[in-house]
Design a protein around this ligand. Structure first.
Ligand code: AMP
Length: 282
C-alpha cells in the first residue's frame, strides 16, 4: 500500500491506472476506522481493480461549536487496517493541501440539504459537497462508496453527481452495527459507560418505528410520537430531530405510502449520534 499526502504525487501515481483502463474505487472517510468503514473498503475491494481510501477530517464540514479539534485520529492504526484490507492507496492530505490560501470555490446545494442534519448543522453539506467534489476530481475514481448510516449524505451526493454531471457511480452500503444494535461510529469513543447504554435509545426508537410501519401505520406523527416517547425515557438523551422523510428528497412526509426514511439525531450527553432505517428501496 502506498500513502500519499501530496495531491500532485497521488495524481502522478494514478496516470498509469487510467492508461491501463483500470477501475478505481474511492472510499472517502474521516479516519478512526471501524467495521462500518471496513465494510465499504471490502465492497470496493471486491468490485474494482484499485482501491483508494481517503482520510481527511474536513474542517469545512464542522460548525463552530462542533468537535473538529477533538475528533478522534489514529493514522497508524488506520493505515494498518487499510493495508490488511487490501487497499492500494491511502490518501491523507493536509488541510493546507486541500484548502490552500485564497481557496474560494464551493459546492452548495438547495432543498435536499434544508432538512435533518442540514438544518441543525449549518454549512455542513457545503463542506461535504466541496470536499467530495475535490476528491472525485483528484482521484478520477469510477466508483465511490458511502454508508447508509449517513442517509442524507447519500442522497445529497447522488443528487450532486446528477446535477453537476460528475462521472462517478455512487455505491451505498448497509449500516454496520454493534451486537446490541448501536450503529458503529467513530464518535462512539466519546461515550462513557452510562452514555453507551443510553445510546441504545436510538436503535430502540427505530425498532418501534419499524414495527409500526410493518403493522401498517401510515401516519408519520403517530410514529414520531412513539419514537420520541421512547427516547425521552432516557435521561441522558436530548433529541435533535426525529423525522420521517422521502428518501430521495429528504422532505417531511405526513403520510407514508411506499418508501420512507426514518432518521434521527440525538445528543447523548455532549455526543451527537445519528441513525436511520429505510423502508422501500432507493
Ligand atoms: P466518516 O469517517 O464518519 O466520515 O464515514 C466515512 C464513510 O463511512 C461514510 O460514507 C459513512 O456513511 C460510512 N460509515 C460510517 N459509519 C458506518 C456504519 N456504521 N456502517 C456503514 N457505513 C458507515
Amino acid at each position: 500500500m502506498k500513502i500519499f499526502k501530496d495531491i500532485k504525487e497521488l495524481q502522478k501515481e494514478l496516470v498509469p491506472y487510467e492508461k491501463q483502463g483500470l477501475s478505481v474505487a474511492l472510499v472517502p472517510t474521516m479516519g478512526y476506522l471501524h467495521e462500518g468503514h471496513l465494510s465499504l473498503i471490502k465492497a470496493a475491494r471486491s468490485e474494482n481493480d484499485k482501491v483508494i481510501v481517503s482520510i481527511f477530517v474536513n474542517p469545512m464540514q464542522f460548525g463552530a461549536n462542533e468537535d473538529l479539534d477533538k475528533y478522534p485520529r489514529d493514522l497508524k492504526r488506520d493505515s494498518k487496517l487499510c493495508e490488511e484490507n487490501g487497499v492500494d492507496i491511502l490518501f491523507c492530505p493536509t488541510v493546507e493541501q486541500m484548502y490552500p490560501q485564497n481557496f474560494s470555490s464551493y459546492v452548495d446545494m438547495d432543498n435536499i440539504t434544508n432538512n435533518l442534519c442540514g438544518a441543525s448543522r449549518q454549512g455542513h453539506f457545503r463542506g461535504v459537497c466541496t470536499v467530495l467534489t475535490k476528491l472525485f476530481n483528484i482521484t478520477k475514481a469510477n466508483k465511490a462508496y458511502f454508508g447508509q448510516k449517513d442517509a442524507q449524505q447519500c442522497a445529497v451526493v447522488k443528487q450532486m453527481v446528477r446535477d453537476l454531471n460528475i462521472n462517478i457511480d455512487i455505491i451505498i452500503c448497509p449500516i454496520v452495527r454493534e451486537d446490541d444494535n448501536l450503529a458503529k461510529s467513530s464518535r462512539n469513543v466519546y461515550l462513557n459507560d452510562d452514555e453507551r447504554k443510553a445510546a441504545l435509545c436510538l436503535s430502540k426508537a427505530l425498532f418501534i418505528a419499524k414495527t409500526m410501519l410493518d403493522n401498517g401505520e401510515k401516519y408519520s406523527q403517530k410514529i414520531k410520537d412513539a419514537m420520541i416517547k421512547e427516547i425521552q425515557k432516557e435521561k441522558l438523551a436530548r433529541i435533535d430531530y426525529v423525522s420521517l422523510v422521502n428518501p430521495h428528497t429528504m422532505q417531511d412526509l405526513d403520510e407514508i405510502k411506499d418508501e420512507v426514511l426514518v432518521a434521527l439525531a440525538v445528543f447523548i450527553g455532549k455526543t451527537r449520534l445519528i441513525d436511520n432505517f429505510l423502508k422501500g428501496c432507493i
